[in-house]
Design a protein around this ligand. Sequence first.
Ligand SMILES: [Zn+2]
Length: 325
Amino acid sequence: MNRTPPSRAVSDAGQDDIVVPFLVEPLSTRGRVVRLGPAIDAILKRHAYPAPIARIVGEAVALTVLLGSALKIEGSFQLQTKTDGVLNMLIVDFDAPSNLRALARFDAARLAQAGGAGRSGDLLGSGHLAFTIDPGGDLARYQGVIALDGQGLEEAAHQYFLRSEQIPTLVRLAVGEVLTPTGAHWRAGGLMAQFLPDSPERRRQFDLDPGDAPPGAPRDIVAEDDHWTEAKALAATTEDHELIDPTLSSERLLYRLFHERGVRVFEPGVLRDVCRCSTERIDAMLHSFSAAERADMVGDDGMIGVTCEFCSTKRIFDPADYEKA
Ligand SMILES: [Zn+2]
């Protein structure tokens, strides 16, 4: 048991764009803390989303990291919503171990009607939230789906783990803009705590490894016991401002929450605002289109311009290059 502050050499200043795994062994509780600074600021500002939309996208990115960072090196994790709310579609991709991108579609007129504000659950409305795990290689994809009905992303994540994975889980998410001498910058943070008694079965679930247990396979439900009740109560005291405070490191936050029981903090994973798109992929896509389809894409300048919806990178292709074969 570790009752001292984390001994790893870290400064008190918060480190940004990282996900930090932790273990509170006496309470059989594991989890991760995610802190997003420049990466989420770049993603949200690139799209210039109105603040209420940006907040939900930020929450979704933080949640995606909390869930997807359990993946092995090669995999990818996608969070997607399709709903009837003002924010009607949301996609976040996490390509392990570090790359993040996000995209939202929303109805600007309805947002203005709503006074430009509202609970994130209300802005999402009803529909579904899907998690897709693609482990890479020849391994099968796995998808989990939860109904969204105004409850928001935090609560949806709780329901997913309780119903689909049967792991008692607490998720906290926070997004906000902080003022610095260089202007206002978006920040996002999250904490996930899970009750995982140290048995091989529970460990498999924690790894979210779709190869080990087929979805729907019978699993023992571990009753919430006193340890989880205590861990959940401690984790639930996490304040929004603590999750986005640039001067509070993840280690100090975890120590503040769990120091009475002792918390072990592991090597952080680094997160980056990096898109999956590439000239090669779009080139291959253009080759797969018919000549007529390509002709429809030619602009006034005689070229085919393709702009990535995620990262806004614009690439120009010469239609003549596709007509030779
Ligand atoms: Zn892109």
